[in-house]
Design a protein around this ligand. Structure first.
Ligand code: OOG
Ligand code: NI
Length: 461
């Protein structure tokens, strides 16, 4: 029997999750349909230029999901399941610090890290873990009841975890085991029909709707699944025209005439879903919870640390300008700030070291002796530079996405944090290194430069 490779498991898992989520949240199917229309139109209009940041096949299959778990042990199990799919933890996001929209979680993203794996299927999952030991959100009594509740539940059964371990160790699974693994893995992220304890859920909800979504129930669920579009402004208009109420902004960089950078995202709140609720007297009623939503994203070129600091400065400057001139539209201010702060061509970003690119020798290169620097090689037609797509997330956008889909503000004290939930702590509890996204992009860029140097016999690059 043939072995199903990790990337095939990953692609199959993403497809099945998409089918499952479409059954649970029908508005998601509309979103996927509209995204496909937008992408078809953009490729029809711009041709190959539209595919500089990924082929249309990759983009059509591309999704990211988000899940939330309660404990380090649960997160370590999630890492095993995604490990089977060739997905590694990348990046550390601390969403407790966001100014306006703090949520009691820390997060990482599981995704493929090698360029060829990303090209096969780039499925990624933004994964958050609750922080019950943070006294700004949870008092000692609530913390202890929450930790007891979480310790007593099982999100992932032993059969699923055993199959995951076998798949990771053996780089894939035989067909029938693969089938069973996929079935159990998708099931683990379905919305559970089990009654929710209404009083417990409400107690957590008073702290944070995210705390209730994670710690108020005995299971986890995928809370959104995000397709990628080539023109997010167009998508926003088309969804609004269909009567779907989007959040009022597109998070991330503004629309402008320069290159797409990093990540732009927008979302809509899903409808309330009927859920069984257990009352204090033990009776079960039908209630409703609004925990899931729809999101869409457009991806641009990955920025270097310098480019990223520039991006963060520009966001701060937009806020400052808006605070100084209330009444102006955020979009207008953002474009102005952007045009002053960022080169408006790919070449400009490249020459100033603000973004990552891969380099390949042009098959139609000139005759003679090649120049000795990369900018000259590109300029004189020896080498082609292609932008590297941003594969990660943005903490401020993520906090905005969390917040815009919550019902209440929750409550937070200003005490100092108790446990240091930092990246090293997180890597320790899951027993895996957390990759630094900048290193991954830099590695890909460096490998391409080495190949060019070898091909052209240049020792100067
Ligand atoms: C995760 C929100 C973050 C994104 O795309 O930035 C996110 C969540 O709601 O659990 O998915
Ligand atoms: Ni998302």
């Amino acid at each position: 029997m043939s072995t199903i490779a990790p990337w095939q498991l990953r692609a199959a898992f993403a497809r099945r999750l998409s089918t499952m989520y479409g059954q649970e949240v029908p508005a998601y199917n509309t979103l996927v349909q509209v995204s496909e229309e937008v992408n078809r139109d953009v490729v029809g209009r711009d041709g190959d230029q539209a595919q500089r940041l990924g082929t249309i096949d990759r983009i059509t299959a591309e999704r990211h999901g988000a899940i939330r778990v309660g404990t380090p042990a649960e997160l370590a199990q999630v890492a095993r399941i995604f490990g089977a799919l060739g997905m590694r933890p990348v990046g550390f996001y601390d969403l407790r610090e966001a100014a306006k929209s703090a949520v009691p979680v820390i997060s990482t993203a599981f995704r493929p890290v090698d360029a060829d794996e990303l090209a096969r299927n780039p499925f990624r999952v933004f994964t958050s873990m609750l922080t019950p030991a943070d006294p700004r959100f949870f008092g000692p009594d609530l913390r202890s009841r929450l930790e007891t509740f979480l310790a007593g539940r099982e999100l992932f059964g032993p059969e699923l975890l055993a199959l995951a371990d076998r798949a990771e160790a053996g780089h894939g699974l035989p067909e029938d085991d693969a089938e069973r693994f996929l079935e159990l893995a998708v099931q683990a992220f379905e919305l559970s029909p089990e009654p929710v304890d209404r009083a417990w859920y409400a107690e957590l909800e008073a702290v944070s709707a995210v705390a209730a979504d994670i710690g108020g129930v005995r299971s986890t669920h995928i809370n959104h699944l995000t397709p990628r579009v080539l023109d997010i402004d167009d998508l926003y208009r088309r969804m609004t025209d269909r009567g779907i109420e989007m959040i009022d902004t597109i998070q991330g960089p503004p629309r402008w005439h320069g290159p797409d950078v990093l990540l732009r995202q927008t979302s809509f709140r899903a409808l309330a879903e009927p859920r069984a609720m257990r009352e204090t007297d033990g009776t079960v009623n039908t209630g409703a919870l609004r925990v899931r939503f729809g999101e869409v994203e457009a991806r641009g070129v990955a920025l270097t640390p310098e480019g990223r600091s520039r991006y963060d400065e520009l966001l701060t400057e937009i806020d400052r300008t808006l605070a100084g001139t209330p009444g102006r539209s955020r979009a207008d201010v953002a474009v102005e700030v952007w045009e002053r702060g960022l080169p408006d061509t790919e070449a400009g970003l490249r020459e100033r070291g603000l973004a990552y690119f891969t380099y390949t020798v042009n098959p139609a290169r000139p005759d003679g002796t090649p120049p000795e620097t990369l900018p000259d090689l590109v300029e004189q037609g020896w080498v082609t530079a292609t932008p590297i797509v941003y594969e990660d997330f943005l903490p401020r956008s993520a906090a905005g996405i969390f917040q815009s889909n919550l019902s209440g503000e929750g409550s937070r004290d200003t005490l100092a944090a108790g446990v240091d939930y930092d990246q090293d702590w997180l890597a320790g509890v899951i027993g895996r290194d957390i990759h630094n996204p900048f290193h991954l992009y830099a590695r890909e860029q460096a490998a391409s430069i080495e190949a060019v140097a070898a091909d052209l016999n240049l020792t100067t690059l």
